[in-house]
Ligand binder design. Structure first.
Ligand code: HEC
Length: 116
């Protein structure tokens, strides 16, 4: 009994400890919400035009943080400020989950027009 209780409390601790990871959004919903992003960042998140950053495979936490910064003005960019103004916290988690789940080309500039 003692042991079962110890295991239970251990499980509860792990569940709590992993809560921030679970709050990482829904990639399927994110794909729908990201439709407005594809024109610049590419349908696969690997923009070809070098003026638009590649998002595919970027760290989930990075995407979330920078989107919040565009929203707050902490990172100042008029285009992105407009894009994030209508996104809720849940939307941000979902689009970040989506773009971070895509196969990345961040390790090379190949195909990024000026990087060829
Ligand atoms: C009209 C073009 C355009 C659209 C549409 C657009 N973006 Fe951007 N995005 C940009 C530009 C330009 C930058 C670079 C801004 C800067 O220098 O900070 C950028 C930067 C970003 C960055 C930061 C990338 C990095 O490496 O730091 C993220 C994340 C991002 N956009 C996500 C999105 C999401 C999510 C959407 C859709 C809701 C979206 N963008 C729609 C043009 C666009």
């Amino acid at each position: 009994m003692q042991r079962a209780l110890a295991l239970l409390s251990c499980g509860a601790f792990l569940a709590l400890a992993s809560a921030p990871l679970l709050a990482s959004g829904n990639a399927a919903n994110g794909k729908t919400k990201a439709a407005a992003c594809f024109a610049c960042h590419g349908t696969d998140g690997n923009a070809v035009d070098p003026q638009y950053p590649r998002l595919a495979g970027q760290y989930n936490a990075y995407i979330q943080q920078v989107l919040h910064e565009y929203k707050s003005g902490g990172r100042d960019n008029p285009i992105m400020k407009g894009m994030v103004s209508t996104l809720s916290d849940q939307d941000i988690e979902d689009v970040a989950a989506y773009f971070s789940s895509l196969p990345t080309k961040l390790d090379t500039l190949k195909g990024h027009v000026q990087g060829d």
